[in-house]
Design a protein around this ligand. Structure first.
Ligand code: GLU
Length: 310
């Protein structure tokens, strides 16, 4: 087994980010991630960037990118620098993929989703790649996807909220896709390339992405990038225990509800905002939040029901 040693560079100035996918409009769950990453960045006197993860063109909802940015503005978020759009960054992802190819870290794969879904399933319900094309695709098959060889890497990291996390990539994930058969780069690769190029030191996001973190750390190591610190927040779930998302029909945020939704997000994050603050204006709520933000109050659970206080 190879235990990957993580290198943080604590001399770099704090840079955080919020990275929504425009597959739908912002909902309460996305607001929680935006609020926590924003307050962490400001509390640490750092920068806060917004990156539009519009990589998956077929899943993009028309006009969602614009609507998301407008909503962030209406909620009083102020980001640093220009918004980066993943849809314009194919050249950077292609260059990273080439480096992985030079290092023999990736291989072409001809398997269909169906073939893989017949293989072992991980505890999280994902199919684990059985290694079919590792030594080259079967005769007569065309390989269009690219996968990273995970070998026997066990990745361990210290999450600022969830504590020590460990994942055996071979057993729990298998060789994973970095470029899909349809030619699109995979989220795992794009996020690693962008976090590096944007000099992100701290990733604050929902705990649903804990399952991706080990893959991202492996890619960082293969590309020679430093690993950011990670803080995985409790995810907002509905009454049925499902993560709020477009698929579970989470209500989109609205401008008129901005003060109360922002107040609720703070409450969800364990911040105990006083009741009178809820009736205030957005700027007043932010003033309260910036003066009173406490990371140690954020609940360490993986999920909390929307409307419940953390
Ligand atoms: N775009 C991802 C999402 O909306 C977030 C990625 C990340 O924060 O690393 O779920």
């Amino acid at each position: 087994m190879i235990f990957v040693q993580i290198m943080h560079d604590s001399t770099r100035p704090y840079r955080g980010r919020f990275a929504p996918s425009p597959t739908g409009l912002l909902h309460f769950g996305s607001l929680v991630a935006a609020v926590a990453s924003y307050l962490e960045a400001r509390w640490n006197r750092g920068r806060w960037l917004v990156r539009m993860e519009d990589l998956d063109r077929p899943r993009e909802a028309r006009g969602a990118s614009k609507a998301i940015l407008k909503m962030l503005e209406a909620y009083g978020f102020e980001w640093d620098g220009k918004v980066v759009f993943q849809s314009r960054r194919d050249a950077a992802y292609g260059a990273a993929l080439e480096r992985l190819e030079h290092g023999h870290a990736v291989f072409p794969c001809a398997c269909t989703r169906r073939e893989i879904s017949d293989s072992t399933v991980s505890a999280a319900g994902e199919s684990i790649y059985p290694g079919t094309c590792r030594k080259g695709p079967p005769p007569g098959r065309t390989a269009r996807a690219m996968r990273v060889r995970v070998d026997n890497a066990v990745i361990a990291f210290e999450d600022l909220l969830q504590g020590r996390m460990e994942q055996n990539l071979a057993r729990e994930v298998g060789d994973f896709i970095v470029r899909r058969a349809d030619g699109l780069f995979a989220y795992q690769l794009a996020v690693v390339v962008d976090d590096f190029e944007q000099n992100i030191t701290d990733v604050v996001r929902g705990a649903d992405l804990l399952a991706s973190t080990a893959r991202q750390i492996l890619l960082q190591r293969l590309l020679g990038h430093p690993t950011p610190r990670y803080m995985h927040l409790p995810v907002a779930v509905n009454q049925a225990g499902e993560k709020l998302s477009k698929q579970t029909r989470a209500a989109p945020l609205t401008v008129t509800e901005a003060p109360s939704r922002l107040w609720q997000a703070l409450r969800f994050l364990g911040q105990e905002p006083p009741a009178e603050v809820e009736a205030g204006r957005i700027a007043e709520i932010w003033n309260w939040a910036l003066a009173n933000w406490r990371t140690d109050r954020i609940p360490t659970r993986r999920s909390i029901r929307e409307g419940d206080a953390g």
